[in-house]
Design a binder for this molecule. Structure first.
Ligand code: NDP
Length: 334
């Protein structure tokens, strides 16, 4: 089997030299273990934090250690009655093509007709629940709200905007990094309006897109976007602080929003969250989102790259915005 290991800690933007692909002997499964042939693996922005020496909310990767992340695969051999051969499973598996894991550490997935396994890494998985928890719990979305989401053409953002639209938002505004992404938001996802944040100051672009102000901001980006949202908020505005990808490769901490006093004058609430603390929402999420999918109400797009050997390039490209929707690495055909 092959796996990716962290070779060095990046300074700023990571490079391919920070990673190494190694060949390993595959151990035989012990009692209670399963052998999984991985079909798809996820690359996610939070993995950038795991490359750093400092503390991040997910455990950091050590140099020379396997890099771990979400993956979906088929059990090809099993020594556990709970996870029989042939099961489709989700695992925190490492960037590898075949994994031998304790059955207790994998989740057996339902076989949903017409749903590709990769959806369990996106719309039906961690990014989907993140969108759900952030919008409905942290930002306390209510029908009639005007919602602004940054990183809107990504895995989480594309769902936030659609969940808001399907739940009665009065307007949904998105920002993204290319004209194609902006077109996709308005023409296919049903965003009311969208802009490319390269086209000017975000505060000006947002003021033009939301002349009557915003009630909810779902922040995937931080920095200038957060400052612009604070400026555009109506009274009692609410933000879910989900990520700050504009700063992940920064060597110096970027300047914070300069208008924080408006938190006071507008009586705003900005709440940070980590999806792992909100798994109690999983039943409500799992009751609604597959239903929206079946009804054809949700547009789901993935950017799929082939092969474990391309996992690092795919991850680096994700950080640069090379994806529309969820970025996926396909490791094997079903
Ligand atoms: P995405 O699919 O949105 O991919 C990342 C995107 O970030 C890129 O496509 C790119 O799109 C955008 N981006 C990169 N650099 C910048 C920049 N300087 N300014 C603005 N946008 C930039 O990833 P996810 O949907 O998986 O994650 C979105 C955010 O949510 C991330 O911040 C992530 O860390 C966070 N997150 C937080 C969780 C939590 O529990 N709190 C859980 C999951 C995700 P573009 O072309 O538009 O620039």
């Amino acid at each position: 089997t092959r796996e990716w290991q962290l070779a060095a800690r990046p300074h700023g933007e990571p490079t391919p030299d920070d990673f190494r692909l190694v060949e390993l002997d595959r151990p035989d499964p012990a009692e209670g273990q399963v052998v999984i042939r991985m079909l798809v693996m996820s690359v996610d922005p939070y993995m950038r934090g795991r490359m750093n020496a400092g503390k991040s909310y997910a455990a950091r990767w050590e140099i020379g250690e396997t890099m771990r992340g979400g993956a979906v695969g088929r059990v090809v051999a099993s020594r556990s009655a709970d996870v029989p051969e042939g099961s489709l499973v989700l695992a925190d598996a490492a960037w590898r093509d075949v994994a031998v894991l304790d059955a207790a550490h994998v989740r057996v997935l339902p076989e949903l007709p017409g749903i590709p396994p990769s959806y369990h890494l996106g719309v039906l998985g961690m990014p989907g629940l993140t969108a759900w928890a952030g919008l409905f719990r942290l930002a306390e979305f209510r029908a009639g709200d005007t919602v602004f989401v940054s990183g809107a053409a990504g895995a989480v953002g594309s769902l936030v905007g659609q969940f808001a639209r399907l739940s009665g938002a009065s307007a949904v505004i998105g920002s993204a990094g290319t004209p194609d992404k902006v077109r996709w938001l308005t023409e296919e996802l049903g965003f009311t309006t969208a802009f490319d944040y390269h086209d000017g100051r975000v505060a000006d672009l947002l003021a033009a897109a939301a002349p009557d102000g915003i009630d909810v901001y779902f922040d995937n980006v931080g920095g200038e976007h957060l400052e612009a949202a604070i400026g555009a908020f109506n009274e009692h505005g609410r933000a879910a602080l989900c990520g700050a990808i504009s700063a992940y490769n920064a060597v110096e901490p970027p300047p914070g929003p300069r208008n924080m006093f408006q938190m006071v004058s507008k009586k705003l609430s900005l709440r940070g969250f980590i999806v792992g603390d909100h798994t109690d929402l999983q039943p409500a999420f799992a009751a609604q989102v597959p239903e929206w999918l079946r009804a054809g109400d949700l547009v789901v797009r993935e950017t799929v790259r082939e092969g474990l050997e391309n996992a690092v390039d795919t991850f680096l490209d994700l950080l640069r915005g090379g994806n529309t929707g969820k970025m996926i690495v396909r490791l094997a055909a079903e």
